[in-house]
Design a protein around this ligand. Structure first.
Ligand SMILES: [Zn+2]
Length: 427
């Protein structure tokens, strides 16, 4: 994608973050934030779908209370991610202050299992959260250093009304059909409101190529994701609310659902076809990319998800970690290999020279090769580590410019900052 197009699409994607309340249909409202919240306001009671990040809870309460004084009967989690299911404490407090009964917290049975896993691996999740959301950078989406604090200090409010396949909740004039599907997570819910032919899709809908495999996270489900989107399309909704981004309406909603499902199915089929044809990991990761007609679709721009990451996800689903090269079965430590290579090159100096030469083109492939060369020096030539890390930081920043995916860019930019910090600390 050209830079101007990428910037335009990125601006489109981010303009709804922390945006104004929007009416989806009569009684259903979208409160855009980093993770969207949907408010459903009936005559006598209300529901909140995804109260968002912990710190967004008060904003959700304020938006709701501008619309209505009625009690919140249900808080529904589309899934247990930190940017969707953690604003609940503010809603519980609002209920207590008003003397309302506490809302029922509704979610798939796997939400509580996810929370247990988050607690078990909290250190890892917090650090990867910082990297994935560039919390260390000023442009970090969660407002600067300390995004991992969202994880470390998380206040878990698990569902007290759990379901496995589907559940229908009555809410005055609305019925909320909660349906489970596998997709970004194994605990996902999407909500169909038949009275208004409206779907609240959670992260099945992210206004981008789906985020179907992030480098830090557990398994995601590409095929079932497509099936869920097809089920949504079969209902012929007139409005579809995304988990990230905006509202899709009418023919565009159907086109988005069907087109996104087709792209996910294409990725799944292509990876499986190549696996069955005897290809190994590297050949598949290097070789699979969406066909042009899909890649051009405005619904499938890789601004949030990344096609390569989805390919990794599909491979992980169907194969083990063996990459097909027996040299990698019992790998030597990287530093030992680096020292052998630098012994042949006469130390790190000529390797860094070549890395700079490659980098001067600013081409993506050249920058990537330069990164591999610099790693040999960092791992194998202790005298040149600061110089090599400084160069690596520059290469990572330049490499990030070639990546439209928000997550890929964040990982590369965060890593650049960490390299600079290491140099400043004399490491
Ligand atoms: Zn999300």
């Amino acid at each position: 994608m050209s830079n101007t197009r990428m910037d335009r699409v990125s601006a489109e994607f981010s303009k709804t973050v922390s945006g104004e309340l929007q009416e989806v249909v009569d009684g259903i409202y979208l409160l855009p934030d980093f993770g969207n919240t949907t408010l459903i306001v009936g005559e006598n009671e209300a529901a909140v779908i995804d109260p968002g990040l912990f710190q967004n809870g008060p904003r959700v309460v304020a938006a709701l209370r501008k619309l209505t004084e009625v009690p919140v009967r249900y808080v529904i989690y589309t899934h247990g991610h930190y940017d969707h299911a953690f604003g609940t404490p503010a809603l519980l407090e609002d209920a207590a202050v008003r003397g309302h009964a506490a809302p029922r917290i509704v979610g798939h049975v796997n939400v509580a299992r996810r929370f247990a896993r988050y607690r078990k691996t909290a250190g890892h999740v917090a650090e990867s959260y910082d990297i994935q959301f560039a919390s260390w950078t000023r442009a970090g989406v969660l407002g600067g250093k300390g995004g991992g604090e969202v994880v470390r200090k998380a206040h878990y409010v698990p569902p007290d009304l759990e379901y496995e396949d589907r559940i229908i909740l009555g809410l005055g004039e609305f019925s909320l059909h909660c349906r489970h599907g596998l997709g970004e997570t194994d605990d996902h819910t999407w909500v169909w409101v038949p009275e208004h032919r409206t779907i609240v899709g959670g992260d099945f809908i992210v206004s981008s190529l789906p985020n179907a495999g992030t480098p830090f996270r557990v398994q995601r489900y590409v095929l079932e994701w497509a099936e869920a989107l097809e089920e949504m399309a079969g209902l012929e909704p007139t409005a579809v609310v995304s988990g990230h981004g905006g509202i899709f309406r009418g023919a565009k909603a159907l086109e988005m659902l069907k087109g996104t499902a087709a792209a996910l199915r294409w990725l799944e089929d292509e990876v499986v076809r190549r696996l069955n044809a005897g290809q190994w990991y590297e050949e598949i990761v290097q070789g699979v990319d969406l066909p042009d007609e899909m890649a051009q679709s405005s619904y499938l721009q890789p601004i949030y998800g990344c096609p390569t990451f989805a390919v990794h996800s599909i491979l992980r689903r169907y194969t083990g970690w063996y990459d097909g090269n027996p040299s990698h079965l019992f790998r030597s430590p990287s530093a030992e290999v680096a020292r052998e290579v630098l012994g042949l090159s006469g130390g790190g100096a000529p390797v860094l020279r070549r890395a700079r030469e490659l980098a001067s083109s600013q081409q993506c492939g050249d920058l990537q090769r330069a990164l591999h060369l610099v790693d040999f020096v960092i791992q194998g030539d202790p005298n040149r580590v600061p110089e090599a890390r400084g160069l690596k930081a520059e290469l990572l920043k330049a490499r990030a410019e070639h990546e439209p995916s928000f997550i890929a860019r964040n990982i590369l930019s965060s890593a650049a900052l960490l390299e600079e910090e290491a140099v400043a600390a004399g490491k």
